[in-house]
Design a protein around this ligand. Sequence first.
Ligand code: NAD
Length: 300
Amino acid sequence: MSTTLFIGLGHMGSPMATRHSREHRTAVFDLSADAVAQVVASGGATAVDALDHLPEGIDTVILMLPTSRHVEHTLLGAQGLLQALPSGSLVIDMGSSEPDSTRALATEASRHGIDYVDAPVSGGVPKADSGELAIMVGGTPAAVERALPHLKVLGSSILHVGPAGAGDAAKALNNLVSASNIAVASEALSIADRFGIDPATMTSVLNEATGRSQATELKFPRYILTGSFDSGFAYDLMLKDMTIAMGIADGLDTPVVDTVFAQLRSSRGRLGEKPDHTEIGRLYGLGATSQPPTQKETSK
Ligand code: NAD
């Protein structure tokens, strides 16, 4: 019977694979045996012990891996899945990958008679849990059509933005804006604090006025002003996405985001091991003493 192999069960892949297994026959694999055991225990998925012994019936692969290097390692070479999968299979890469790598992989997949779709996501762990991710899709119309039954289980917004690699480009640009929003709002809150306005009050002002963003509505109240810094999206993955976005800018004049990127990259050394991306706020002293807004103030 038709089975999907879901590879990469980290912060995002774990809740996504669990949701997927409720609607489609799903097998799961991760380098971490604990991650596999957890997903198997929480839903209807079965475990795959090693990728060189694929169970019968696998015709779709969903990848939720950290970077394009991990995706290439999994798909290419004599032991890679593009060799192992039957012709007519479908690969959906849902991680935030590099457009050039994705284009090359889609070309290589088509040589094996395999459809390839890049379908990176936005919304973080909360939306992965609720199945309300925003999904940006690249691929041929026919390949995207095949991917839809899988994507609909995971996301509430699915936008086909262009050919292979276009989803990845759109995702990187989204995260360039998203990270910049956190940095700009952090600076504004630190200025507010210096002026004598509490950062939580200033966050409420932004959320009632035109300075609001998903960062001010969710990330500041939940992860930054509380000092929890536990959104589940790593600072280094955010820098990876910004690097992808700046790479595709390809010489365009982008002085504002150049500055934000340079600042966030050079500040990385001031944070500890494996910081969360919301620790941008920590760079400005936020989360140490400030109080989060009340429930009413964050209810939007
Ligand atoms: P993560 O580091 O939490 O999880 C990655 C998982 O992949 C780990 O469980 C790891 O063991 C596994 N893995 C690594 N190499 C592997 C391999 N060769 N074979 C099998 N498993 C392997 O990462 P994440 O936060 O879940 O992010 C995954 C992707 O989604 C990244 O591209 C990231 O940029 C993107 N993303 C993350 C978020 C978020 O909020 N965390 C949101 C949107 C997009």
